[in-house]
Write a protein that binds this ligand. Structure first.
Ligand code: SF4
Length: 247
């Protein structure tokens, strides 16, 4: 069994995408291969000295020194459900959880189907996904738009990732801003349609300084219509947890 770096574990309401509002158990792993300009989990981008574990009822937080053994993480996750069926899913997030694929595979293997597993990923680490894909029920991947990330295009990495996970239940999220060209959203939607035409494609307005910033409806409509040219299941959903004031 492996050791790895955990940022935090907590229960909350899912705040993004089509599962918004579902009660979920979150396992946030450390490290990320990207540095997006809008990243709101910056304290999880590198190995952290401690993992923060929030009590299931939110009554307290304790810290455990990293790295943690996979068995310890699995036992903690197993113990964090207040009553059977409380959580819709265990959501593994980051950082980028596929930065530690062996550690993640060990944890999920030990849980042995205890929870439905959602993997939130930046969708660029196809090779790492091969190690854990069979343990994941739903993949929620990003398509990173250069207009908002401040990074170069990642289309080739996303293509390789889509190839790997095209048989999974798939949600694809594209964060956009006022600066995002309509054509960029069209390109992302066509890329997804080539591998996963049934995927739920979520357009997520970029939050600014931790708050959801409204965008004009005609702008939202233009992006939505462009994506709908390639995909049947398109939705515009902001980060709802930031409106609700939960994590
Ligand atoms: S991929 Fe996600 S965790 Fe990594 S820098 Fe970008 S927003 Fe942050």
């Amino acid at each position: 069994m492996t050791n790895g770096y955990v940022s935090e574990m907590f229960g909350s309401f899912q705040g993004e995408g089509p599962m918004v509002g579902e009660r979920q158990l979150f396992l946030r792993l450390c490290c990320c291969n990207l540095r997006c300009r809008y990243c709101d989990t910056r304290d999880s981008l590198t190995e952290q000295p401690e993992a923060r574990i929030t009590a299931p009822d939110g009554s307290g937080v304790r810290s455990l020194p990293n790295p943690l053994r996979a068995e310890v993480v699995a036992e903690l996750l197993d113990s964090m459900e207040p009553e059977p069926g409380h959580y819709y899913a265990l959501t593994v997030t980051g950082g980028e959880p596929l930065e530690q694929p062996g550690f993640l595979a060990d944890i999920l293997g030990l849980l042995d189907g205890r929870y439905r597993v959602v993997l939130e990923t930046n969708g660029t680490l196809a090779e790492a996904f091969r190690e854990v894909g069979h343990l994941v029920d739903i993949v929620s991947m990003d398509v990173k738009l250069p207009s908002v990330t401040g990074l170069g295009p990642l289309w080739d990495s996303h293509l390789a990732f889509l190839e790997e996970c095209r048989h999974k239940e798939l949600v694809v999220k594209a964060v956009f801003s006022e600066a995002t060209p309509v054509e960029e959203v069209g390109h992302a939607a066509r890329l997804v349609a080539g591998y996963a035409p049934d995927a739920v494609f979520v357009l997520q307005p970029m939050s600014v300084s931790g708050a959801v910033r409204p965008q004009p409806e005609d702008r939202l409509l233009a992006l939505y219509r462009e994506a709908r040219r390639s995909l049947a299941n398109v939705r515009v959903i902001p980060q709802v947890h930031k409106i609700m004031g939960v994590r």
